[in-house]
Write a protein that binds this ligand. Structure first.
Ligand code: GLY
Length: 364
């Protein structure tokens, strides 16, 4: 085991492991604390790398960070693949955003206009153009758009690859739970514990439940569509992520709840929306229904940087719906901060003091 590490990371999800890999590759002694690596939100996540299809009104700074991280993904994936000798389902066919009914399409079009106004790559397609790209789409689908830069990765395999890369770079996994930061002895401690960051730091990170299904194509062949599909179907929002293995991930609910029960109503709504968009999915096996907890924050953006009043403690949490796409930029910028002591301008909108300062204003 290590002498006193330069960096201790609490949480071995994609973000914590990627920081561990990057820091260890820069010559730092790194320990990662987690009793069950990869068992948090990433275990359930679909792995959409979707700076456009997942961009919403009123979040321009977050959209900028999503775009920056998505741009880093090709390099990150190539480096990780070389460092780990593993593949992790990184695919670049792009995402089709589709509307089932006229109402669904009207809602989607409003969002595309906003996204186009921000200069994001999204191009409307006629129904015939959509079905040329994906013949498996239902004939009822009224229209859609393509976001060619929105890709995907398999989060479970990503965690496995990051564990190998971090280990090969010299990081050590400490398989115990951390209940107080004062129990961790290191030069710098990074809290990358997802929802667990709230209890460790007092930061306003709240669980946001997501229920997700996994289907499998019959005969273990590949699914009958290649693009990630982001759909609006009779008012339901759904995404369908096809994997080479035959798996299709169908997600996800967004619930302000902290339990991880799977409910019949959610399964019904997700399956109905999925089959409305891609009828052949009715023939697939239903192999998994699970729920996970996204680490949400008051402004839906991550919390990245030094904790005020806690010297040597950094936060890398609160990634909410975007943990997988934001992994490369988070790892790069947090590692640079640790190595150089300089905070990149990109981090400025996301530092923890935006919340601690607010608390002071409220209470003084
Ligand atoms: N990024 C997809 C989700 O949070 O459901």
């Amino acid at each position: 085991m290590l002498t006193r590490p330069d960096v201790a990371i609490v949480g071995a999800g994609p973000v914590g492991l990627a920081i561990a890999w990057r820091c260890a590759s820069r010559g730092l002694r790194v320990a990662v604390h987690d009793p069950a690596p990869g068992s948090g939100a990433s275990q359930v996540a679909a792995g959409m790398l979707a700076p456009v299809a997942e961009a919403y009104f009123g979040e321009p700074e977050l959209i900028g960070l999503l775009a920056e991280s998505a741009a880093r993904w090709p390099g990150f994936a190539a480096e990780l693949s070389e460092a780990s000798d593993q593949e992790f389902g990184y695919r670049t066919e792009g995402t089709l955003v589709v509307g089932l009914t006229g109402d669904d399409l009207a809602e989607a079009r409003r969002l595309w206009s906003y996204q186009e106004g921000l200069g994001l790559p999204i191009t409307p397609l006629r129904p015939s153009q959509l079905r040329e790209r994906e013949p498996a789409l239902a004939t009822r689908v009224r229209g859609g758009a393509v976001a060619p830069g929105d890709h995907q990765v398999d989060p479970r395999r990503l965690v496995a690859a990051l564990r190998v890369a971090a280990g090969r770079a010299g990081a050590t996994l400490v398989p115990g739970a951390v209940s107080r930061l004062s129990d961790v002895d290191a030069g710098v401690t990074v809290v990358a514990a997802g929802c667990g960051a709230a209890a460790l730091t007092g930061l306003p990170v709240r669980p946001v439940k997501g229920q997700v299904l996994r289907l499998r194509a019959p005969g273990r062949g590949a699914p009958g569509f290649r693009h990630v599909l982001r759909g609006y179907a009779d008012g339901e929002s759904v995404y369908l992520v096809p994997r080479d293995s035959g798996e299709v991930v169908v997600g996800a609910t967004v619930e302000e709840r902290a339990d991880t029960e799977v409910t019949a109503g959610a399964v019904l709504r997700l399956l109905r929306a999925a089959v409305d968009l891609v009828p052949e999915l009715a023939e697939y096996d239903l192999v998994e229904a699970a729920a996970g907890l996204r680490p949400g924050t008051p402004d839906n953006a991550p919390i990245l940087g030094p904790l005020p009043g806690r010297p040597g403690v950094l936060a890398a949490t609160g990634h909410h719906r975007h943990g997988i796409v934001l992994t490369p930029v988070t790892a790069d910028l947090v590692t640079d901060l640790i190595v150089t002591g300089q905070s990149a301008p990109l981090l400025a909108p996301f530092t923890p003091d935006r919340f601690t300062a607010e608390e002071e204003r409220t209470w003084n």
